[in-house]
Ligand binder design. Structure first.
Ligand code: FES
Length: 171
């Protein structure tokens, strides 16, 4: 009959190995678990400082997980209801990136209209969009208004949570 090792040695070896394994698992898994929970808490959302003053704007890039979309959010005047206008800056005409233009009188002289406030303007073929009445295209060959983001304000931030279906699909 083979000699058995002393009971104390077996217990010490198993416990030490088991303890080290548990300790390493705990050290690795705790931070990863916390990160995974944070990611799950807000999938596909983006948070950034909202523009504070009327007609101020902020540019951003939003990813829905499959694709990134360039965006512009503009602070609208209180007299017109306030809030933010958050649009994807891909021009629906042929896909150029349009810009937010505060030199609206210059843009007005280019497109032959007397504008009263800042606009979104595409330099490629002149499509011009109105942040105040985003459903109405001011000028140009574009077939539709810009695509809109789903967004809300929270403690001075803008939280972008989605984008309109079909965004960026040209033609
Ligand atoms: S791509 Fe913007 S007006 Fe043509």
């Amino acid at each position: 009959m083979a000699a058995r090792p002393p009971k104390k040695a077996i217990l010490a070896g198993v416990n030490r190995k088991g303890f080290l394994g548990l300790a390493v698992t705990a050290l690795v898994m705790t931070p990863l678990g916390a990160i995974a929970q944070n990611w799950r808490a807000a999938p596909g959302s983006l948070r950034l400082k909202a523009p504070a003053r009327t007609w101020d704007a902020v540019e951003f890039s939003y990813s829905d997980g499959a694709r990134s979309f360039p965006g512009i959010a503009v602070r609208l005047p209180e007299a017109s209801g306030g809030g933010l206008c958050a649009v994807c800056s891909i021009c629906p005409h042929m896909g150029c990136l349009f810009r937010y233009e505060t030199d609206y009188e210059d843009i007005g002289s280019v497109i032959g209209l007397r504008l009263q406030h800042p606009v979104f303007h595409c330099a490629c073929h002149g499509s011009t969009y109105d942040p105040l009445r985003i459903d109405n295209v001011i000028h140009g060959p574009t077939p539709r208004r810009p695509w809109l983001f789903t967004a809300h304000e929270e403690a001075g931030d803008i939280v972008v949570t989605g984008i309109e279906a079909g965004a960026g699909e040209i033609g």
